[in-house]
Design a protein around this ligand. Sequence first.
Ligand SMILES: Cc1cc2nc3c(=O)[nH]c(=O)nc-3n(C[C@H](O)[C@H](O)[C@H](O)COP(=O)(O)OP(=O)(O)OC[C@H]3O[C@@H](n4cnc5c(N)ncnc54)[C@H](O)[C@@H]3O)c2cc1C
Length: 414
Amino acid sequence: MKALVIGGGIGGLSLALSLKARFDDMEIHVYEAASEFKPLGLGINLMPHCVRVLTELGLQNNLKEVAVEAEEFVFATHNGQIIYREPTGRYAGHEYPHFSIHRGDLHSVLLQAVIERLGADRVHTGHRLVEFSQDDAGVTAVFAGFEGAAIEPVRGDFQVGADGVHSVVRKSYYPNEGAPVFHGINLWRGVTKMRPFLSGASATRIGALHRTGKLAVYPIRNNIDSEGNQLVNWIAEVVTDHQAPVDWSAPGNLEDFMPYFEDWRFDWLDCKELLSSSEGVLSYPMVDRDPVDQWTFGRVTLLGDAAHPMYPRGGNGGAQAILDAEALAKALLAENDPNAALLAYEKERLPIVNNIVLTNRSTPPDSIIEVVEQRTNGERFESLDEVISLEEIQEISLGYQRVAGYDKETIAGK
Ligand SMILES: Cc1cc2nc3c(=O)[nH]c(=O)nc-3n(C[C@H](O)[C@H](O)[C@H](O)COP(=O)(O)OP(=O)(O)OC[C@H]3O[C@@H](n4cnc5c(N)ncnc54)[C@H](O)[C@@H]3O)c2cc1C
């Protein structure tokens, strides 16, 4: 069987590895539009649900070498008052760790494994899918090369669109969908070299988006110099009409969002210093797409952001692509016929992930902070118990974990 994987991002490379782990004789090809791979992006969280998959692919140690193993989530108000610290990953009793990692490092680990296991000749950079067709016997994919160079069309038994938020494969089935939907929130992102803060492995969320703006801050590389500094990833979210281009590499301006965070200077983290010492600023709009009820069309299916672009919240953008990859490879193993396998994959994954897309819009994990800021009207609290009980906090947190599939029961059931 010959697989055409369109897109050499996190989902496409994970799929290549998941297929290779189950089918030694499958001819797997990854086609990537970019002419070369670069360590692009900033921080990504890999929660235990997808680290299980990466561990089963034999990659846990490779990730450990480059990532920070997160110990806890920390939720704080914009005044710097800590509401809740919740252990995560192995610190919460999971079998698998929670890694906070630079996307470029994650991509390099996956790419290296694909090259070692499949061979460098199976990864085709400079191949931008422009159109495709299918018949009873297979799929024909047509690519444009670097600067539009002509490339021979390729035949395969099935094709997977892992071509990201601007997916050409998705567009051919949903031609009138338009651009990703902007809901009035913009993100600015960066990385700062600094001394470890809190536990040195704390994934921290500060402030309530709809009242004050919000920061997510977490380290993604340890010991980057002889002084024990870390590379710390930050994401500032602000409710605004300002919409950046839907391009993960688009630059941003500090002055567009700094006023929201200027006085956020706590004894455990100086946010002003964090933001103003950043090595550059990127900007990205909080976009997703309305969920669709079909990803599979005969011998062609969608995976990752092509299938379900979601708000980058709760550590799920990359994770759900990795989980899709495993599910698709397992479905192909269970069914002889690719048409049936692609449908079985959709049946398993679509309802779960569509629910995450909607939950990321309405009640991400940091809604704990929204509740507190709303009840205190943004003032400092004297006694947290009078504002919110531990049970209520844990209920919000566990509710999201269940939707996303990284609660202990769901992971143990895999
Ligand atoms: C450059 C970049 C930087 C990112 N940075 C971050 C970040 O900092 N934080 C974060 O949370 N998420 C980031 N993301 C998004 C994140 O990687 C995805 O949300 C998630 O990992 C799901 O992975 P995916 O494989 O579905 O999509 P992606 O990782 O986006 O991969 C899609 C791949 O398909 C390729 N492609 C697109 N069109 C075609 C085509 N027509 N033919 C062939 N190949 C095509 C793209 O070049 C890309 O390599 C970034 C994505 C990219 C591409």
